[in-house]
Ligand binder design. Structure first.
Ligand SMILES: Nc1nc2c(ncn2[C@@H]2O[C@H](COP(=O)(O)OP(=O)(O)OP(=O)(O)O)[C@@H](O)[C@H]2O)c(=O)[nH]1
Ligand SMILES: [Mg+2]
Length: 228
């Protein structure tokens, strides 16, 4: 739920969702370090909050707060970035963490033998969002761990999205809001498209607010959107 304050601050919640070990925490770590060490459109404010087990697996959630570095005409934008704990048993917890989410980055562990586990995680997300993905909540996909061999490709995952009714055909007005599928690597040294996938989700979340009043802009609402 995007929140506006009287002093022209905007708060947006972006959530990394995906199966255990898909790389959500690593992604936020990399995003944090990359935007701290380089001059980018967002910069972290404060520290990352990580609640994890000794194994590194998330026990509760992670949270990082990022701030737009460009003062927008009407104020400052803050992104509250969360990751869920991906292990199966934390399902009730994920539902809680999901509350108030404005944009989702679905993080796939691309190793082929995990294909079904990723689908299960997507189904759980779909269930919680009750038909709001894409139409009200922008969805971006990271096919993560693309540095490994034997990985799921873009077409394979597009088919999954089609099967789950999360893909619109070219003649549909939601077509332009189809998830972009990024082939990523979250490891800092080999990072690929971590920043890009985040900024695309953030951008879409903004467009949904500005042009669609919280929904995917279609029809007349979408005619003024130029940057496609
Ligand atoms: N090769 C490779 N390993 C990765 C990548 N991203 C994450 N990993 C590794 O995968 C393991 C799990 O990463 P996490 O970031 O903890 O995964 P998570 O999605 O937060 O897992 P949960 O918190 O249990 O839901 C770690 O050992 C990471 O170093 C990647 O892009 N490539
Ligand atoms: Mg984690």
């Amino acid at each position: 739920m995007v929140r506006y304050t009287a002093d022209h601050k905007v708060y947006i919640k972006i959530l990394y969702w995906g199966m255990a070990s898909s790389g959500k925490t690593t992604t936020v770590d990399t995003l944090y370090r990359y935007t701290k060490e380089n001059e980018k459109d967002i910069a972290p404010t404060g520290n990352l909050t990580k609640i994890s087990m000794a194994s590194g697996s998330t026990l509760y959630f992670d949270r990082g707060i990022f701030q737009s570095t460009k003062q927008k005409p009407r104020g400052q934008v803050f992104y509250h970035v969360y990751t869920v704990a991906g292990q199966r048993r934390f399902s009730p917890l994920r539902k809680k963490i999901f509350k108030g989410t404005d944009g989702v980055i679905f993080t796939v562990d691309s190793q082929t033998h995990l294909f079904e586990d990723n689908i299960e995680s997507l189904k759980e997300l779909k269930n919680i969002t009750r038909g709001k993905l894409i139409t009200e909540i922008p969805l971006i996909v990271m096919l993560n761990k693309q540095d490994l061999t034997e990985v799921i490709g873009e077409e394979d995952f597009k088919q999954v999205l089609k099967d789950e009714k999360l893909w619109y055909e070219p003649n549909d007005e939601y077509y332009r809001w189809n998830p972009i599928i990024y082939k990523t690597c979250a490891l800092y040294e080999k990072r690929k498209d971590v920043y890009r996938s985040f900024t695309e989700c953030a951008r879409r979340t903004g467009l949904y607010q500005i042009y669609g009043d919280g929904e995917a802009p279609i029809g007349d609402n979408a005619k003024d959107i130029r940057d496609f």
